[in-house]
Design a binder for this molecule. Structure first.
Ligand code: AP5
Length: 215
């Protein structure tokens, strides 16, 4: 099963991707996670990406398209994959079409998680992520058992550099202008499945899995 998760920053794409990984055993391909890893390692890619990310802007298309192209060649994507945070522009969507046609693959569904701006801001400023394993928490909706510590690996929980309210609002406006048009792009292909992302995490997961089970 080849999936795209669409939605505003903080809509819950990463959270739902992890539930899909658990149920279907296909890998999550998060461009945000890959870019953050490159930043943490201080690679050339990371140095290039950091200033865009910290400002809440999109990293240039050619950079992101290159990393997804490489990732989709890996063996673990043979049974399927979940694209989380990619594509985010029309140019990325068109590049993805080309990559997939070269690989003889198609997208089966685009799950569009919808959440309004004020809720997104509330979610992101209270998000804490594990420095070690990347697990994601929320101080109110999904708190860790022990403050500041990951339940899964004991790693330190931190607030992402781009999760300050002002940057979140910039990211949201970038989403509206550059990514939201993709709903129409994939809608015309009959692939979009809307999910109400304002429900609880478990309710959203149940809705998403119901859609995927029916594919
Ligand atoms: P990226 O890491 O992709 O960030 P994003 O799209 O802004 O999404 P988030 O990770 O912020 O949110 P999410 O939807 O995954 O929500 P989550 O599940 O964590 O990108 C970061 C940056 O990298 C970009 O700004 C850009 O610079 C660059 N980049 C990445 N991809 C790129 C691309 N393709 N092109 C160019 N640049 C790119 O949930 C959020 C919080 O809410 C958590 O605390 C969670 O516990 C909680 N939560 C989740 N669901 C619920 C619920 N139903 N109810 C209550 N709380 C919930």
């Amino acid at each position: 099963m080849n999936l795209i998760l669409l939605g505003a920053p903080g809509a819950g794409k990463g959270t739902q991707a992890k539930a899909i990984v658990e149920k279907y055993g296909i890998p999550q391909i998060s461009t945000g996670d890959m870019l953050r890893e490159a930043v943490a390692k201080g690679t050339e890619l990371g140095k290039k990406a950091k200033e865009y990310m910290d400002a809440g802007k999109l990293v240039p298309d050619e950079v992101v398209i290159g990393i997804v192209k490489d990732r989709l060649q890996e063996k673990d994507t043979e049974k399927g994959f979940i694209l989380d945070g990619f594509p985010r522009t029309l140019a990325q969507a068109e590049a993805l079409d080309k990559m997939l046609s070269e690989l003889g693959k198609n997208i089966d569904a685009v799950v569009n998680v919808t959440v309004p701006e004020e809720e997104v801001v509330k979610r992101i400023v209270n998000r804490r992520s594990c420095k070690n394993c990347g697990a994601v928490y929320h101080l109110i909706y999904k708190p860790p058992k022990e403050e500041g510590k990951c339940d899964k690996c004991g790693g330190e929980l931190y607030l992402r550099d781009d999760d300050k309210e002002e940057t979140v609002r910039d990211r949201y406006s970038v989403y509206r202008s550059q990514t939201e048009p993709l709903i129409d792009y994939y809608g015309k292909k009959g692939l979009v499945k809307d999910v109400d992302g304002t429900k609880s995490i478990d309710e959203v997961t149940a809705d998403v899995l119901k859609i995927l089970d029916a594919l």
